[in-house]
Design a protein around this ligand. Structure first.
Ligand code: AMP
Ligand code: ZN
Length: 138
C-alpha cells in the first residue's frame, strides 16, 4: 500500500521520475540524487515499509537478494574497489526518508566517504549476558 506523501512510494511506483537502474514487481533500484560517491544506488521496495522493524523477512530477503546482483553490475561498470551497504533505521540512525531502502555506496581507493563508527569496549561477560537476552526474543 502506498503511503500518502511518501516520496519513495511515489518514486518506487513510477509517479516521480528517478534514474532507474532496475525494476521488477517488488522493487525499484535508482541512483541517489545526492550521491556519496559516483554510482551511489538505492534499492527501494514498492510497498511502503518504514524501516527494518516494519518489514517482513521475505520482503527484506528480496531486497538483499537483489543487492547481490546490483552490486556485481555496479562493480563491472564503475570499477569500484569496494562497496558499502548501509540501511538506516530511525532519525537517530540517520534515516531521513522513512520508507525502507538499502544504500549501495561504491568505494574507490583514496575516496573521502565516511561510513562507520569508533570501536567501543566491552567485557566478555557483558557480551554473553546481552547475547542471551536478545536470543530469548528471536
Ligand atoms: P536515508 O538518510 O538513509 O533515509 O537516505 C535517504 C537518501 O535518499 C539520501 O541519500 C538522499 O540523497 C536520497 N534521496 C532523497 N530524495 C531523493 C530523490 N528524489 N531521488 C533520489 N534519491 C533521493
Ligand atoms: Zn513509502
Amino acid at each position: 500500500m502506498e503511503e500518502k506523501d511518501c516520496i519513495f512510494c511515489k518514486i518506487a511506483n513510477g509517479e516521480i521520475p528517478a534514474a532507474t537502474i532496475y525494476e521488477n514487481s517488488d522493487l525499484r533500484v535508482i541512483l541517489d540524487v545526492a550521491p556519496a560517491n559516483r554510482g551511489h544506488a538505492l534499492i527501494i521496495p514498492k510497498e511502503h515499509f518504514k524501516d527494518i522493524f516494519d518489514i517482513d523477512a521475505v520482503s527484506a530477503g528480496k531486497v538483499f537478494s537483489l543487492a547481490t546482483e546490483v552490486a556485481r553490475a555496479m562493480k563491472d561498470v564503475l570499477h569500484c574497489d569496494g562497496l558499502n551497504i548501509v540501511q538506516n533505521n530511525g532519525a537517530v540512525a540517520g534515516q531521513t526518508v522513512f520508507h525502507l531502502h538499502l544504500h549501495l555506496i561504491p568505494r574507490f581507493e583514496g575516496d573521502s566517504v565516511h561510513v562507520g563508527w569508533e570501536p567501543g569496549s566491552s567485557t566478555p561477560e557483558e557480551l554473553q549476558t546481552l547475547a542471551k537476552e536478545i536470543r530469548k526474543r528471536i
